[in-house]
Design a binder for this molecule. Structure first.
Ligand code: HSE
Length: 436
């Protein structure tokens, strides 16, 4: 059978990894796919570098439009990133009847619904394994491996940069700004790390996973997004004293009223496997009603780990290229006419446990005032830690862990606690998940 022809848009870290792995493992991949997969054309602004990387083995152009309009190209791999040019090119590729492979989580989380609709109308596939957790085949697991299950919740460490920073903060007792600087020097964090440290990258990935897990359209605009920039070294230390680690989790949960979709620093019991995922590694914990909890672990970024996911998509598309479009795996796991309108819940309505840290006067009645406020709002205390004031000090920290309650109750309690004369400054609130 003649080779399937691929056009690559962008030959940076992931693109060059894809080119190299495809070449190195060509025989194995052909045996799996049933026909050979050939990168026939590459578009990159840096044509010279692209020519060097591809050793003259394929055509190199600087205009991506030439790739998406080339009638010989069957599959377009989009590795440009962002929502601007990448979106135009993906839409053009689809309009020209090409299948698309993309690692672009931002594009899918924000414009996925439009892209999948266009692809369905045109009868082409859009595959995106590399968009979530790099080399971990989590899209395949959610969409196919767990297809028997009613998925109940997902909790993932899906941003390596922030996991590296949190691991270093805990390990070395350093503050956020110091570790961020070190991470940038080591190349673990981008020069502009905003999307990573503010939780946006994780929220894109959590949005995509929620869509596939619960059969809902992509709704990034409804996700709660909170990064790690405000996290204090003291909170990591107190959490540890109480038996917890703090991780930036992308969480989605199915409840009777709707779907929770949120990214924020989260306390998790240190005995959970996922609590011990350190450095830049990723891990996703998925709970299905039949299978129970399943855990997926691996590299969430990098040249060849991400190429591994891109090529898996190329193989899937190659195998199914001649299949009737109606009998392919649906983009979002559920048939497009069976997506659910279950709402994504506002943050006030989510239910979880909380870590509260407050700085207080060390005098009689303070704790009684605080616990009275919590009790009045039916918030139950699970654990507490009070530090002895430092020598000569009259103020100290109190840390309270609560049982599960609605976010709006905690917000109301904090508002009252901050008004007490004996409480100084703002109360720090972190969410806590048992993940049991
Ligand atoms: N910037 C991401 C991370 C990798 O730090 O995990 C690409 O999604």
């Amino acid at each position: 059978m003649k080779p399937i022809k691929v056009g690559l848009l962008g030959i940076g870290t992931v693109g060059s990894g894809t080119f190299n792995v495809l070449k190195r493992n060509q025989l194995e991949i052909t045996r799996r796919a049933g026909r050979s997969i050939e990168i026939a054309m590459v578009a990159d602004l840096n044509v010279e570098r692209a020519r060097e990387l591809t050793n003259g083995e394929c055509e190199v152009v600087n205009d991506a439009n030439l790739v998406v309009s080339n009638p010989d190209i069957d599959i377009v791999i989009e590795l440009i990133g962002g929502y601007g040019i990448a979106r135009d090119l993906v839409m053009k590729a689809i309009a020209n009847g090409k299948h698309v492979v993309t690692a672009n989580k931002a594009l899918l989380a924000t414009h996925g619904n439009e892209i999948f609709k266009a692809a369905e109308e045109k009868g082409v596939m859009v595959a995106f394994e590399a968009a979530v957790a790099g080399g971990i085949p989590i899209i395949k697991a959610l969409r196919e491996g767990l297809t028997a299950n009613r998925i109940q919740w997902i909790a993932g460490i899906i941003n390596g940069t922030t996991n590296f920073i949190l691991s270093e903060m805990r390990d070395k007792g350093l503050d956020f700004a110091t570790v961020l600087k070190q991470a940038q020097e080591l190349g673990y964090a981008e020069a502009d790390p905003t999307f990573d440290i503010e939780g946006v990258d994780a929220a894109h990935k959590a949005t995509i996973m929620a869509s596939i897990a619960y059969g809902i359209p992509m709704q990034f605009d409804k996700a709660h997004v909170e990064g790690i920039t405000k996290l204090q070294a003291s909170d990591i230390r107190y959490a540890e004293e109480l038996g917890y680690r703090i991780k930036l989790l992308g969480i989605s949960k199915r409840t009777e009223d709707g779907i929770e979709l949120r990214v924020h620093p989260t306390l998790i019991p240190e005995k959970r496997l996922i609590a011990n995922v350190e450095g830049a590694m990723n891990a996703v914990l998925v709970h299905g009603d039949a299978v129970g909890a399943t855990l997926y672990y691996g590299k969430g970024a990098g040249s060849e780990p991400t190429a591994s996911a891109v090529i898996a998509d190329l193989v899937d598309i190659t195998r199914l290229a001649t299949a009737d479009p109606e009998h392919r795996v649906p983009y979002l796991a559920f048939q497009s006419n069976s997506l659910s309108d279950l709402p994504v819940l506002p943050m006030a309505e989510i239910v979880t446990s909380y870590y509260l840290r407050m700085h207080v006067a060390d005098k009689p009645g303070v704790l009684a005032d605080v616990t009275r406020i919590l009790a009045d709002l039916t918030i139950s205390i699970d654990a507490m830690l009070q530090k002895e004031p430092a020598e000569g000090e009259t103020q100290t920290d109190i840390i309270i862990l609560t049982h599960q309650t609605k976010e709006k109750n905690i917000v109301a309690a904090i508002d009252k606690i901050e008004k007490l004369d004996s409480v100084f400054g703002e109360v720090t609130k972190l969410r806590l998940e048992e993940l049991s």
